[in-house]
Design a protein. Structure first.
Length: 326
């Protein structure tokens, strides 16, 4: 009877036991908004609890309730977190499991449907110190990347700072009162960061510029039009140049040739109807530039065959190299 009373008293006394939490960075590495793909990264959340041996009777095996809360961080809210660089934002979120569902967003007891990470440790604490780890899952949806802007047209780092946003809430219990859920007890903070680097990237697509129809005599100008497609990271400054085709080094004097004859046909390419010649910036030509939006942009091509001496009948072609600089 005396021993039973002694153990009961130990369960109710003030304890010197403690828990701490730590979280690794969630690093997405390079992300490319032009790739059209989701990006994923993981972090490790650790909780270490210590029972000071001798602070309770050796027959007592304590347990501890663990509740890990996370608020919105330095950008956005729990439901819509953001990494930041200046005034530019990169949306992402953190999840308690790899379903990446809205219901599994890592949140807090005040976060509505976004719940904290909860667990408990029992038994092994009687040895002194025990650590439990949890995998946290990060996701950047492809759809949220399209409008994310570079800074100064270069690879741009983004960061979400969770200093002061994470808290570990814990409470110790005796073996007769197993720990479950979020309990009133001690609260301690933990901090970490989520990072990603938006890369500067561009793609270009082309199609033939065709002077269609049966052009018997080149007594008057013949015109046609087409387009180039440019897809660049938002905020990426780019320039598009066209070389001289078969006339090396002089895009202002382009000529189409026929494989069946020795004749040639002079022609021009502009970005506007009958406008300045589009080339490489030399010989009176210009280059065409723009700034990426994260979506495909269309650059107009206007072709013109000026009036000239008509060569022998045949199919006349030229191959122009397009260079995209960003």
């Amino acid at each position: 009877m005396l021993l039973g009373l002694f153990l009961f008293g130990c369960l109710g006394q003030a304890r010197a036991d403690s828990c701490t939490a730590s979280m690794t960075a969630v690093s997405f590495g390079p992300v490319d908004s032009t790739a059209g793909t989701d990006y994923y990264a993981n972090g490790t959340l650790s909780v270490t609890c210590t029972v000071l041996l001798g602070s309770v009777g050796t027959a007592v095996v304590p347990s501890v309730a663990i509740c890990l809360n996370l608020e919105g961080g330095s950008g956005g809210t729990i439901a819509a977190r953001n990494m930041l660089n200046g005034g530019s934002t990169l949306p992402f979120n953190l999840y308690r499991d790899n379903t990446y569902a809205a219901a599994s967003v890592w949140g807090s007891t005040s976060g509505g449907s976004a719940q904290p990470v909860t667990s408990s440790m029992t038994g092994v604490l009687g040895l002194g110190t025990a650590t439990q780890t949890f995998t946290i899952y990060g996701k950047i949806p492809a759809a949220s990347l399209a409008g994310v802007r570079l800074q100064n047209s270069t690879d741009t780092p983004f960061t979400a700072d969770f200093t002061g946003a994470g808290t570990l809430q814990y409470a110790f219990y005796g073996v007769l009162a197993p720990a479950t859920g979020c309990k009133a007890g001690t609260t301690v903070p933990f901090s970490f960061k989520a990072t990603a680097t938006l890369t500067n990237n561009c793609f270009i697509s082309t199609s033939p510029l065709v002077f269609a129809g049966d052009n018997r005599v080149l007594a008057a100008a013949v015109r046609t039009s087409g387009s180039l497609g440019v897809l660049c990271t938002a905020g990426s400054a780019y320039q598009v140049s066209l070389n001289g085709g078969s006339v090396a080094g002089n895009p202002g004097a382009r000529r189409m040739a026929s494989a069946a004859t020795t004749g040639t046909i002079g022609y021009e390419i502009s970005n506007t109807l009958d406008g300045p010649l589009w080339g490489d910036g030399g010989n009176g030509t210009r280059v065409v530039g723009g700034t990426g939006s994260g979506a495909q942009q269309t650059l107009n091509l206007y072709g013109r065959v000026p009036a000239q001496r008509t060569p022998a009948p045949g199919d006349y072609k030229d191959t122009v190299t397009v260079t995209l600089t960003f």
